[in-house]
Design a protein around this ligand. Sequence first.
Ligand SMILES: Nc1ncnc2c1ncn2[C@@H]1O[C@H](COP(=O)(O)OP(=O)(O)O)[C@@H](O)[C@H]1O
Ligand SMILES: [Mg+2]
Length: 283
Amino acid sequence: MATENIIKIKNVTFTYPDTKQPAIDNISFNIKRGTWTAIIGHNGSGKSTIIRLINGLLVPDNPEEASIEVDGFELNNDSVWDIRNKVGIVFQNPDNQFVGATVADDVAFGLENRGVPREEMLKIVPEAINAVGMADYTNSEPSSLSGGQKQRVAIAGIIAIKPKIIILDEATSMLDPEGRNKILQIVHQMKKEYGLTVISITHDIDEASLADQVIVMNDGKLIDQGSSSEIFSQTTLLKKLGLDVPFFEQVKDMLLERNINIPKTVNSEKELINFLCQLNSNK
Ligand SMILES: Nc1ncnc2c1ncn2[C@@H]1O[C@H](COP(=O)(O)OP(=O)(O)O)[C@@H](O)[C@H]1O
Ligand SMILES: [Mg+2]
């Protein structure tokens, strides 16, 4: 089961009305169940658009050739509601996502929709609100919250429903590093606990470098995909696309310029520090 693809995207092209260039230009990729995928690419490269296609908010230009499959269901008019039940998306702009009059109502909404019994809801809602550090705001109006607080509430709403797939579309961009790490830890825990599949669209290169798989997009095209070490070691490509390079890869590059070769097995800041410490102690 571990190698089964939970998402299969094939030959998808999509153009917004009244625009010439396709926002998504013949994209294909697969995502394995229970893995963490980071999608990176500069603004306007089509990252949010591909997400809207995955849950059927947008429909490909080329239905004959294109196919989108989620958890064994081919996306079409009949399956779209089942698929939306499996995929929890935290959109880029949380303002468009609120439906409840209070934070608690809002987090409860997705559970109500799924027919979760009231006694269970009374347990799950405060747990989810607590997990994102918003317990003090349980009865606040979502519109009165700051951008970062809105992001936390939107994430609580998704955590509560325990979907099979979570998609975070720059969902922690307004949080400080500490708040962001806390949310990422919760999602990592869910991945471990019940095999959640995670797609995270992020500009946080250090977060992306921890993913199982990285997809690089540029101008509606999928430029590259691979393990984070395969992608982030291509510092020249990333720079050419105007993307950040993780700090430890920059250090590796600088060391190489000074003829200190770092083995391919060193793929994180921690491993790099260990390697350098040993290098020194061997002298
Ligand atoms: N509603 C829309 N109408 C027309 N063009 C859009 C719309 N949304 C996005 N686009 C265009 O589609 C392209 C991809 O956008 P988007 O998927 O939002 O990129 P990203 O999420 O990578 O920043 C961009 O050129 C953007 O201007
Ligand atoms: Mg976007």
